[in-house]
Design a protein around this ligand. Structure first.
Ligand SMILES: [Zn+2]
Length: 329
């Protein structure tokens, strides 16, 4: 990935242990991470996962500090490499699936949500196909990447598909029409440009691309990636920057609430939000879209969460609630 250096500033003098962090968060994302702020206010400061962001920000433990000061690309953040899309994989099998039953009558009736399960479990066996370059507006990038995995071998592509399916069920219960970019029915891909096109062609009201990161051990927590303003070649994200931020902030806030996980301690300065201009899936989108990195598969504590079905259900619920809030306004 393209992140260099820690986003956290060294601890500043503070009067109370939580005050400054709360203020900083509030200033950075007004109203966005209300759930997180509430959690932080009531959470046990010494408690488990939750305290990660604030404690690492203020006391930079040896491990997380060291990890944070390294370049993410070195640590293998997978989104860094993946980025480029392309059509040929398009043929296949399940193609964009609409798997959904009859959209019920819920608050999201009439709304279309495209869910993009990052990568494809079959990408590992189709390296030539996924390495092919595709145009992402600003430049060309690989069609797709394999994604990362936990140290024990649980693949990100399995994780993303599982969370996506849980999310689909939840959104359909709200009445939404849900479409997938792939549902495990094709041998590889699709390429990132095709993933974007599926959302565009569906005239989606919201698109979320689901991932888990592959960063250094000690790096923990989730972050939502928002599209930067990009206007180059086939990419023009200017119309979607603001609504995508709204969508992303709502997902981040609800993800904290649903999972109890803290925002990333290595990207986003504790906000749980990041902005990028190098992801084809965002650059080529013409509809509101965000990525979410649900956790770091290469950290053992995060991996324990990511490999838990119960936790993945919470993750899906957090994402769903964020989308519902965005679509209901
Ligand atoms: Zn990924």
């Amino acid at each position: 990935m393209s992140y260099v250096g820690p986003d956290f500033d060294p601890p500043q003098p503070r009067r109370s242990r939580r005050g400054p962090m709360t203020v900083a968060l509030a200033a950075l994302v007004p109203g966005a991470l209300v759930g997180w702020l509430v959690w932080q206010a009531v959470g046990d400061p010494g408690g488990p996962s939750g305290a990660a962001a604030s404690s690492s920000a203020s006391s930079a433990s040896p491990s997380s500090g060291a990890a944070a000061s390294r370049t993410p690309s070195a640590s293998g953040t997978d989104e860094g490499q993946r980025r480029s899309p392309s059509p040929s994989g398009a043929s296949t099998g399940s193609g964009p699936s609409t798997a959904g039953g009859p959209a019920a009558s819920g608050p999201l009736k009439g709304k279309v949500v495209v869910v993009d399960p990052g990568h494809n479990p079959g990408n590992f066996e189709h390296t030539a196909d996924i390495n092919r370059k595709v145009n992402i507006g600003t430049n060309s990038k690989e069609c797709d990447t394999t994604g990362t995995s936990t140290n024990a071998g649980y693949a990100e592509a399995r994780f993303t598909l599982d969370v996506a399916r849980r999310l689909r069920t939840l959104l359909q219960q709200e009445g939404a029409t849900v479409k997938f970019t792939q549902d495990g029915g094709r041998p590889w891909g699709p390429c990132v440009d095709e993933r974007a096109r599926i959302g565009n062609d569906a005239h989606a009201d919201a698109v979320v691309s689901i991932h888990a990161d592959g960063s250094a051990a000690g790096n923990r927590g989730f972050h939502v990636i928002l599209p930067a303003s990009v206007h180059s070649g086939d990419a023009d994200t200017r119309p979607i920057v603001a609504p995508s931020r709204d969508l992303g902030e709502r997902i981040a806030g609800n993800f904290v609430r649903a999972t109890g996980s803290a925002p990333s301690n290595y990207i986003g300065g504790g906000t749980g939000l990041d902005v990028r201009s190098d992801l084809g899936g965002l650059n080529l989108s013409t509809v509101p879209k965000v990525f979410i990195e649900c956790g770091n598969m290469r950290d053992s504590k995060d991996a324990a969460l990511l490999t838990s079905g119960a936790w993945r259900q919470k993750a899906a619920r957090g994402i769903s609630e964020g989308i519902v809030g965005f679509l209901r306004g």
